[in-house]
Design a binder for this molecule. Structure first.
Ligand SMILES: Cc1ncc(COP(=O)(O)O)c(C=O)c1O
Length: 437
């Protein structure tokens, strides 16, 4: 017999569906601790410190991550934003250029573009994958298009066949933002290796993390040599470093910045890279379990996967049948799910043209340039598919998928409970609204 408390929403003081903790994130073990300890005593905490006679952790990570990504080269950097920034700089994107970016993504795609003084062109998404739509991208192309920045979002790979075709037809480089897709494949090849450049974030929520961090991969030597200098104030690794002397040599063929990854971060990434495939496999298995048990409900579904894609799960995404939630908004359902499960459940990003962190008019870069300021106006972009997705998808963080099968049962049980308590949720949300006014 269900108790009264079980039937009341956790938001209203009822019992939570799940009392068990979810797996911890980020993961680490004795190997991670030993790796950090070794850096502490190594006398080298950064690549800009003196050469100690052994390869830096940063170089070792660069070699291993390039190989992991089916690419020839890798330049590690301090963040995903830095990876996008040096990618665009390496491609020569500048003031007056336009970069196609998805209209549903983290704000870094726009902010990195604006760091060039270029204009982000917000492109609507494919309603199935939530990635940028190839057709919408084609319609957004102009003579000023200098790069296409495609994101592989949540647990999907963008249609790379379509984007590679568009890129080669236009002669405009494709930048893959793989911040949410470490280890995913398209037609058997790792994402990041198909475009001109592949960019990654290693921020804490990502499936490979050092707290903050990032990387760019490429197989183009000329681009790589620019990337190396761009992230180290114009310096590059010496071919013949001398113990006790600086390993970075002043080259200065570009205007660089300091976007270097520290040796502590590189040590963590080296250690965790060895666990990435196994953790991604566990997440896939969990998603498979969830898909199986969701066959018994029409409350929600996992988005279908493209046959060419082997996806990874940065976020688990569920498409809700909103008609089953009694007129509640997706935000209200996400709040109720968060309370039932004890884990942050969120709607997808707000479309970029109304995202609270996209504030192009506050940037001083375009001061005095009325034409470009007008072209930045978010209101000139229509993103109907991104709007529709924002109203019916919810996301769960990657570590939920490291739980056992009970976790999948709990997600379904929470959804059923929230749907069954729709009236109570609506009344509660209306009460909060009334209090606010
Ligand atoms: C798609 C995408 N691009 C870029 C970034 C920026 O990465 P960072 O926060 O490491 O700068 C993120 C981070 O959330 C992201 O999800």
């Amino acid at each position: 017999m269900q108790s009264q408390l079980d039937r009341r929403l956790a938001l209203q003081g009822g019992n939570k569906v799940r009392e068990l903790p979810w797996p911890e994130w980020p993961t680490h073990d004795d190997g991670t601790e030993r790796a950090l300890h070794a850096v502490l005593h190594s006398g080298r905490w950064t690549i800009s410190g003196p050469f100690t006679g052994e390869s830096s952790r940063e170089r070792r990570f660069a070699r291993q991550f390039a190989e992991y990504c089916d690419s020839k080269f890798c330049t590690p950097v301090a963040s995903g934003t830095a990876s996008l920034t040096i990618a665009l700089l390496a491609l020569g994107v500048g003031a007056g250029d336009e970069v196609l970016i998805p209209g549903l993504t983290w704000v870094a795609c726009a902010s990195a573009t604006m760091a060039m003084g270029a204009v982000p062109i917000l492109v609507d998404i494919d309603p199935t994958t939530l990635a940028m739509s190839v057709e919408a991208a084609r319609r957004a192309v102009s003579e000023r298009t200098a790069a296409i920045m495609v994101v592989h979002p949540y647990c999907q790979v963008a249609n790379l066949d379509g984007f590679l075709t568009l890129s080669s037809e236009l002669g405009v480089p494709l930048v893959e933002d793989c911040s949410q897709a470490h280890g995913a494949r398209w037609r058997g090849q790792r994402v990041g290796s198909l475009g001109a450049l592949g960019c990654f974030s290693m921020q804490q929520s990502k499936v490979l993390t050092s707290g903050e961090g990032g990387a760019v991969v490429t197989s183009d030597r000329a681009l790589y040599e620019r990337l190396e200098q761009l992230r180290a104030d114009g310096r590059m690794f010496s071919a013949e470093p001398r113990r006790g002397s600086l390993e970075l040599e002043e080259v200065g063929l570009v205007q660089g910045h300091n976007f270097c990854l520290s040796e502590f971060q590189a040590a963590v990434l080296l250690d965790r890279l060895g666990h990435l495939d196994a953790e991604n496999a566990r997440r896939r298995q969990f998603a498979g379990t969830l898909a199986r048990i969701f066959q018994s409900t029409d409350l929600a579904r996992l988005p279908p996967q493209d046959v060419h894609a082997e996806t990874t799960y940065y976020n688990l995404v569920l498409e809700l049948d909103m008609a089953r939630f009694g007129g509640n908004s997706v935000d209200a359902v996400a709040r109720a799910m968060t309370a039932e499960l004890g884990i942050q459940v969120s709607p997808v990003y707000r479309p970029t043209n109304r995202h609270p962190l996209y504030r192009p008019h506050l940037s001083p870069r375009y001061r005095g340039d009325a034409v470009r300021t007008a072209s930045l106006d978010p209101a000139r972009f229509a993103l109907p598919n991104a709007e529709a997705a924002r109203a019916r998808f919810i996301t769960f963080p990657n570590w939920v998928l490291l739980a056992d099968e009970q976790g999948a049962d709990d997600i379904l049980a929470a959804l059923r409970k929230v749907a069954a308590c729709s009236d109570a949720l609506r009344e509660m949300e209306q009460g909060i609204l009334h209090q606010a006014f």
